[in-house]
Design a protein around this ligand. Structure first.
Ligand SMILES: [Zn+2]
Length: 364
């Protein structure tokens, strides 16, 4: 499956050169720079992490405290899956249902969210769920194109952890000129150029909703947040491995080498304050990382960046994939770790299989 760019600044996220050319233009309409500028809404590049989590936390607390018919009906504010399913089966998409869905999903971990979303999909209720759950700042449900993009995201079953995010973070589409998550407002903002290509929109949503989810769960900002956001879209829509080193270190170098003005101090960031739910999601995203990025050990991640990746020039698009590959090899050799092997390509016909078998036999 071709995955166009997410509209992210470092939108090139895989090491397969042939896909690079057709990725970027999909999210870069003529005459206008549309990019994820998550970082620009952060007033200070460093030390902002402590306050950033609070916006999400306060919002979540407000959701949990807010009065609703459901909370009156259920003791101690505990919304059950049965209540959520019943509301969706009866086609309810009103604000009280949205509130109930938020209250239900916010305390749930990744697995439990997935189980309920599986039930919703199995009963054919995904469309009702999206109409009930997603709003813009004005309180309007999503239009047909945004609905199609969200359906594409949720039908993978891989980003069900976002259910609570959808119920608590408005998604706005309009003439914004940017694609970004705004932590201060807890809102996703999408320029209308994001519409038109459902898969491209789904890629963008997978990425921006990662920022929103991470913000609510103690995620650090900077290159690590961007990099995992890029991984989220590959995780959702591809099945192979990807390189978190390319995504995270590549973002850091992108800000240094490709931004105007250059941002050499753009932070690498870390995920040491991630709560257990974000940690679980990061581990799932990290499980397909061929580069074995040391994201769970920030001092090591910083050291290895300085030694192996800081010298690489991100502005040389043609040399970048091979440079990353070589730096990754050197990093892992120095660690004494072997890389996770890529699965061997299977021969396409029996004759090739026999030839392959003969070659191996002869040591060729
Ligand atoms: Zn981003």
């Amino acid at each position: 499956m071709r995955i166009p760019g997410s509209g992210d600044a470092p939108r090139i996220s895989s090491l397969r050169p042939p896909e690079r050319k057709d990725r970027a233009p999909a999210s870069q309409p003529s005459g206008r720079v549309v990019r994820d500028s998550f970082e620009r809404s952060r007033t200070t590049p460093f030390g902002a992490t402590a306050t950033l989590g609070k916006g999400g936390a306060a919002m979540r607390a407000a959701i949990l405290k807010g009065p609703s018919a459901v909370m009156a009906a259920a003791p101690r504010g505990q919304v059950t899956e049965a209540q959520v399913m019943e509301a969706l089966r009866s086609g309810r998409t009103d604000d009280a249902t949205r509130q109930m869905i938020a209250e239900y999903f916010v305390p749930l971990g990744m697995e439990a969210s997935h189980e309920t979303m599986e039930s919703i999909r199995q009963e054919g209720l995904l469309g009702v769920f999206i109409q009930a759950t997603v709003r813009d700042d004005a309180g309007s449900p999503p239009g047909p194109e945004l609905t199609a993009g969200l359906t594409r995201v949720l039908e993978t079953g891989r980003l069900d952890v976002y259910a609570e995010t959808l119920a608590s973070t408005p998604i706005n589409v309009g003439d914004y000129g940017v694609l970004e998550y705004r932590p201060g407002e807890n809102a996703v903002v999408l320029d209308e150029s994001a519409l038109g290509d459902t898969q491209n929109l789904a890629n963008i949503l997978a990425h921006e909703l990662f920022h929103a989810f991470a913000d609510a769960h103690g995620g650090g900002h900077g290159a690590i947040n961007e990099g995992f956001g890029i991984a989220a879209r590959e995780y959702a829509f591809t099945d192979g491995q990807y390189s978190l080193a390319e995504m995270v270190y590549g973002t850091k170098n992108f800000y240094r080498d490709r931004m105007d003005p250059p941002q050499p101090d753009y932070p690498l960031g870390d995920m040491r304050d991630a709560d257990p739910e974000l940690q679980a999601f990061l581990e799932a995203l990290g499980a397909r990382d061929s580069s074995l990025l040391a994201w769970q050990n920030p001092p090591q991640m910083e050291r290895e960046y300085d030694e192996y990746f800081a010298p690489l020039d991100r502005s040389d698009e043609n040399a970048w994939p091979a440079a990353v590959e070589e730096a990754t090899q050197r990093m892992l050799e120095a660690r004494g770790e072997n890389r996770v092997p890529e699965p061997e390509p299977q021969p396409t016909n029996p004759l090739e299989a026999i030839i392959d078998w003969f070659k191996r036999l002869l040591g060729l």
